[in-house]
Design a protein around this ligand. Structure first.
Ligand SMILES: Cc1cc2nc3c(=O)[nH]c(=O)nc-3n(C[C@H](O)[C@H](O)[C@H](O)COP(=O)(O)O)c2cc1C
Length: 324
């Protein structure tokens, strides 16, 4: 399959693995890239620019195919060493960066100068147009279904993607709720040039996370996610668990008075305990509604090959067979 996204990133299949905190290590990114998609290392998860440089080198040793790095720009009292992370990316020869969170405008000149393609993750048409206007090469349009931060507009992909197609000139991929060949064909039909998956890639053999997390994804249904931190305008879609119940109770009780400090026990620094130790009730962790479509734990290559096979089958047989 050839789209503007496969051409832009030099990949075989129009499938991207979005940056994921404590999941996006070299093993994950390399497995996706090696299977013909675009794997992405999560920059901030590495903890320091030096560690990111090492992770990039590790990934390069595992695959000669293109891979990217995610840089998430969050509001923080003491911001991470973004210039250092960018230096690690440029010096590591990485040619694709997925940005997310705040407007990446400030960092674009140095990325562009290094010949890096930038795909910015957006949860609205408004932000997608902004990304286009400041010079991003592509956008990842993240619908309300998505795992992680869906923004505050709550527009699902069946509306958001065609709206993005109406307005954007640069290519975009569909993100949020994508799981299989049906998702890919639907995304292409709605105007996207490929798809970005987060949650689905966690339930693979190579995902470098505890087996408890993978089993929880297989067991979960589309009804098992919750939105947390809405009162803080930092909405996150997470898998329901004991910590999330506690967090939602606090949100209900404190209402508009809720502060981050009230819930730090449920959200602060919990990822290593969940992803590495498999402590499934340690805190709130991002998970998409797409969990309802995850029924197995294949290798990344099996997953990607299956998606492409299904997509071909749908386009070439099912849809073609409906024409009279
Ligand atoms: C566990 C987890 C952690 C994530 N961490 C990040 C992150 O650090 N930065 C980021 O830009 N997106 C992050 N995301 C969002 C994904 O990159 C992707 O946009 C999202 O998962 C797509 O929705 P889906 O889960 O329905 O496929 C995360 C998602 C998950 C499931």
């Amino acid at each position: 399959m050839k789209t503007r996204i496969t051409e832009m990133f030099g990949i075989e299949h129009p499938i991207i693995q979005g940056g994921m905190h404590y999941v996006g290590f070299a093993e994950m990114a390399a497995a996706v890239s090696q299977a013909g998609g675009l794997g992405i290392i999560t920059g901030l998860t590495q903890g320091s620019p030096e560690n990111l440089a090492k992770e990039i080198a590790r990934c390069r040793a595992m695959t000669s195919k293109p891979f990217g790095v995610n840089l998430t720009f969050l509001p923080a009292l003491t911001p991470p060493d973004y210039p250092g992370y960018i230096r690690a990316i440029v010096e590591g020869g990485v040619k694709i960066v997925e940005t997310a969170g705040n407007n990446p405008q400030k960092w674009l000149p140095v990325l562009k100068e290094a010949g890096i393609k930038v795909i910015h993750k957006c949860t609205s048409v408004r932000h997608s147009l902004k990304a286009q206007s400041i010079g991003c090469d592509a956008v990842s349009v993240d619908g309300f279904e998505c795992g992680g931060h869906p923004g505050e507009d709550d527009v699902p992909n069946f509306i958001l993607l065609p709206r993005a197609a109406e307005e954007l000139e640069i290519p975009f991929v569909a993100s949020g709720g994508m799981a299989d060949g049906r998702s890919l064909v639907a995304a292409l039909s709605l105007g996207a040039e490929g798809m970005n998956m987060g949650t689905r890639f966690m339930a693979t053999q190579e995902a470098p996370i505890h087996d408890n997390v993978k089993q929880a994804l297989v067991a979960a249904s589309e009804l098992d996610t919750r939105l947390v931190m809405r009162p803080l305008r930092n909405t996150e879609r997470v898998l329901k668990n004991a910590a999330v119940d506690r967090l939602l109770d606090k949100e209900k009780k404190l209402g508009a008075n809720l502060k981050f400090e009230d819930i730090v026990g449920e959200v602060g620094g919990v990822y290593p305990r969940i992803m590495k130790q498999g402590e499934m009730d340690a805190g709130a962790w991002s998970c998409g509604m797409v969990a309802g479509l995850i029924h197995d734990i294949p290798t990344v290559k099996e997953l990607i090959d299956r998606i492409m096979r299904e997509a071909e089958e749908i386009i070439g047989r099912r849809l073609a067979g409906m024409r009279t």
